[in-house]
Design a protein around this ligand. Structure first.
Ligand SMILES: [Zn+2]
Ligand SMILES: [Zn+2]
Ligand SMILES: [Zn+2]
Length: 123
């Protein structure tokens, strides 16, 4: 389950980091630093692939929304919410102009919803 980042988006793993700088075990674990702000992570953190974030730091690069709540996409090392990802990189149906997700039909280099892929003459 960890490590499954399919093309339909990614989900963060919630972790609890207890006492990362425990003085009794000074070298037991490296301190986890937030990938966004660089501060050490304590308490609730998010892990995304190999990177860790404070929950409050894990936000959409574009609109700043909270990515911990839903699916997100990673593109060129940037974290985007589903809406912004679709807006910037999404594929639009050649039939209706809406974004295509999941099942698609591709014909002659154009992408369609299965429902939109109908004969333009007789439909
Ligand atoms: Zn942070
Ligand atoms: Zn966004
Ligand atoms: Zn369509």
């Amino acid at each position: 389950m960890d490590g499954c980042f399919c093309s339909q988006g990614s989900f963060a793993v919630f972790l609890s980091v207890a006492h990362p700088q425990d003085p009794h075990h000074p070298s037991e674990k490296p301190v986890i630093h937030c990938h966004k702000c660089g501060e050490p992570c304590k308490g609730e953190v998010l892990r995304v692939q190999t990177k860790h974030f404070h929950i409050k730091c894990f936000t959409c690069k574009v609109c700043g929304c909270d990515l911990a709540q839903g699916g997100f996409f990673i593109k060129n090392g940037e974290y985007l919410c589903t809406l912004d990802y679709q807006r910037m990189y999404g594929t639009r149906c050649h039939g209706c102009g809406e974004f295509v997700e999941g099942e698609v039909v591709t014909a002659l280099g154009k992408t369609y919803h299965p429902n939109c892929f109908a004969c333009t003459i007789c439909k």
